[in-house]
Write a protein that binds this ligand. Sequence first.
Ligand code: GBH
Length: 457
Amino acid sequence: MSEFPQLPAEFVYGAATASYQIEGAVQLGGRGTSIWDTFVREPGRIKNGETGDVACDSYHRYGEDVALMKDLGLDAYRFSIAWPRIQPTGQGPANEAGLDYYDKLVDELLTAGIAPAATLFHWDMPQALQDAGGWQSRETAQRLADYATIVADRLGDRVAMWMPLNEPVVVTLMGHALGIHAPGLELGFDALPIAHHQLLGHGLAVQALRAAGATNIGIASNHAPTWAGSDSDEDKGAAELYDSIYNWLFADPILKGTYPDGFAEAMPGPVEEDLKTISSPLDFFGINYYQPAVVSAPGSELAGPSLGEGVALPADLPFQVSQATGHETTDFGWAIVPNGLREILVTFKERYGDRLPPIYITESGCSFHDVVGSDGAVHDEARISYHAKHLRAVAEAIDVGVDVRGYFAWSLLDNFEWAEGYEERFGLVHVDFDSLTRTPKDSYHWFQQHLTARQPA
Ligand code: GBH
C-alpha cells in the first residue's frame, strides 16, 4: 500500500464532480435543456449511446453523497451548478427550484464540515443560449456574468471557492475545434474566438461575483506540460506553438493581461480593453492535470500513441499530438506521469512569478475499469498509487517554492465521462449504474485513513 505523502497541515483535500456528469434528473425542478442533452441524442456521439439522463442520480442522492464525503474526511467538495437549472434558457429571472437544490446541497455540506467549492460553467450550456450563438457570440460572456450574480446573491455567503469556468481550453478544442464534445462544432482554427469569449465571460463573472460579495474566486483550467517529440527544430517549433495554444492562450490573459504573440490579432472585439477585464485579480488559480502532451511537426514520425485517435482532425494542422511513452497507463490509455504535474507547477511559478496567486489542483485522477469483487470491495491499488504519486509531485513543487494549497481528486464518484459514457471510471466511490449503489473503493479508504487521522489545525 502506498504511503501517504507529507503535505502542510493546512493543505486542503477535496474531490470534484460536475453537474451533467452526476445529477441526472434532467427534466426535474424546472431545469431547461442543455447542449449536452441535445448532443447525447445525436447518433454516434457517445460510446454505447449513453446519456446523463440518470447518471449517478445525485440530484436525489446528494444526502448520501455528502455522507460519504464526511466519512471520507474531505475538507472541500468541488461541484458544478447546472446553468439550465438556474436559468432554463440561459437568461432572465432565476428558477427558484434550481437555486433551492444548490442551497440544500451547500447547507448539507456545511453541516458536514465540508467547504463548498462551486464551478459555474462545467460545459452544460443552456440550449437556448447555444441557439443564440453560444460561445461564438460575445453576448454569452455577459450572460455568464448575469448568471454569476444570481447564484452569488443566493449562495455568496456560504460558498468557499468560486470557479466561473472549467477548462476553457477543452471547450474550445473538443467542443468547437474538433467536435468531440457538445456543441459538436468542427471549426478548426476558427474556434479561436470561442477562447476569447469564454475568457471575457470569466473576467466579467469574476467582477460580478465580487460585486455580489463573493470571495475567494479563481478558475479550473486544464494544463499539460508540452514536450517536443524530438530535438529537431521542426518538432520544437511545433511543440512551442501547441504549448502557446493549449496552455498560455488561456493562462496569460488571466495572469498577465496579454495573449501569446500573434494571437490577439485573431480575437474578435476590442481585445486590449477586454484583456483588462479578463485579467481581473484572482484569489487562486486552479489547475486540472491529467498528462503531458508530446508534440511533433506534421509528417514526422509520432513518438507515442496519437491523442484524439479516431477523430477527424483538420488536414492542415501545424502539429501532431501524441502521448508520452515509457510510462504506465490507465485503463483509459492515458500515461501516468506524476512529474508532469510538478513540471507544470514549476513552469507556472517561473512564468508568472509574483503575479501567480495560490494554486489549487482542482482536478487530478485516473480511470480504471473497476468492478466490485465477490468480497464486496473494489481493490483499486493502481488509483491509490496514482494519487500518492501526484500528491508527492505537489509536495515536491511546494518544496521548491510553489504555493499549492490543495488537491481535488477527480472524481468523488464514477460518473458520465462525456463522449466515453460510463465505461471510464474515475471515482473514489464505485457506482453501479443499474442499481445506483455506491461502494467506496480501496482508494477511498486510503484517503480516509489519512484524512481522519489528522489533528484539527
Ligand atoms: C476533465 O477534462 C473534465 O473537467 C472532467 O469533466 C472530466 O471528467 C475529466 O477531466 C476526465 O476526463 O485530445 O488533444 O484534447 C479533461 C479532458 C481530455 C483534456 C483529453 C486533455 C487530451 C488532449 N481532457 N485531452 S486532446
